[in-house]
Design a binder for this molecule. Structure first.
Ligand code: SAM
Length: 320
């Protein structure tokens, strides 16, 4: 789907702290401010994340490299959980008590080993490992991609969805459903009628129902946990990131899970979609990126702040 990008795997521009990941001494109070000011810091998130102050970040929103998928990081699915856990540990330490970790990740088919030809379970293994670590598994969203590219995929259809897992640091994470409501499907006159309907409670044969009169006082419908956003293929004008996410996906989760004056960090920033969208929505935001060419692309996009696709675009009249 994307232009070929020649990747230079460079060593981190930032020095790796001498102390191990979770020791208090490496935490640098000015570092968070620097990340937010610069936008994208060139370096390995494994070294950068432990430098964030404890309980300082409202939302980690990220799409990490998927197992084995891209030239920029080949992580075998059998070792994916082991690879990811140190990042998750550091994000846990840096998240506010109301903070969240939201991860966009995709299944893959095993291309070797005993599971060859089957779906590899690494995504589910990761979810369980994060839950065991203490991250509270709040919700599983399906990012539905109405424009997924067709091809030959053996005894299966094309992949037209990806997962987005919401984890929270504690029992009461920040979550603003009102910020992501979508237009009601019923037209204005029908809504007006239902609002006045004294017998608005609609019972089903199974014996339960919902009070529709109250639903229509909320200003919009709950979008549900299937988030329909077209994949972006325009590759953000010029320098291509081979796995950029659409801005509408970031918009949905930033609005829902980060307070309007909050801080969003993307440890695998890529072309900085999370940072660009978060800043546009008034949040403070920055991230880390291992590859120099992507850092340059991200900084350019942040400086330009031009929408590359339509954030919040309605697909088929519903969803985000
Ligand atoms: C799926 S891409 C993120 C794309 C991004 N959401 C966007 O819209 O452009 C994952 C990114 O993580 C970067 N990456 C991989 N390992 C990393 C690490 N240890 N530290 C920082 N970045 C890393 C890769 O270079 C890649 O750009």
């Amino acid at each position: 789907m994307a232009k070929k990008t020649t990747l230079k795997l460079v060593h981190s521009a930032e020095p790796t702290p001498a102390k191990s990941a979770h020791q208090e001494e490496v935490i640098d109070p000015a570092f968070l401010q620097r990340v937010i000011t610069e936008g994208v810091i060139h370096g390995d998130a494994q070294a950068m994340l432990p430098r964030l102050p404890r309980a300082s970040v409202d939302l980690f929103f990220t799409s990490p490299p998927y197992a084995d998928a891209r030239a920029y990081s080949r992580i075998h699915p059998d070792r994916y959980v082991e690879w990811f856990l140190p990042f998750a540990r550091s994000m846990y330490d840096a998240a506010k008590p109301t903070g969240s970790l939201i991860i966009n990740i995709k299944n893959r088919v095993a291309n070797r080993g005993p599971l060859k030809g089957q779906r590899h379970p690494y995504v589910y293994q990761l979810v369980l490992a994060l839950q065991n670590m203490g991250w509270r598994w709040v919700e599983t969203y399906i990012w539905s991609k109405p424009n997924a590219v067709p091809g030959k995929f053996g005894p299966r259809t094309k992949d037209s969805f990806e997962y987005v897992f919401h984890f929270a640091r504690a029992a009461r994470p920040y979550f603003d459903l009102n910020a992501i409501r979508v237009p009601y499907k019923a037209d204005a006159s029908e809504i007006a009628r239902r609002k006045l309907d004294k017998l608005g409670r609609r019972s089903t044969e199974a014996g339960f129902g919902r009070d529709r009169t109250k639903t229509y006082l909320l200003g919009g419908a709950d979008p549900g946990n299937v988030v329909s956003v077209s994949q972006t293929y325009n590759q953000h004008r010029g320098v291509a990131h081979t796995a950029a996410m659409p801005e509408g996906l970031a918009e949905f989760f930033v609005k829902a899970a980060c307070p309007p004056d909050g801080i969003v960090i993307d440890p695998f920033a890529g072309g900085a979609t999370t940072v660009v969208v978060s800043r546009r929505l008034g949040r403070e935001s920055g991230g880390f990126e291992l590859h120099e060419s992507f850092v340059a692309e991200g900084l350019r996009r942040i400086a330009e702040d031009v929408a590359d696709d339509t954030p919040g675009q309605l697909v088929n009249g519903v969803g985000f």
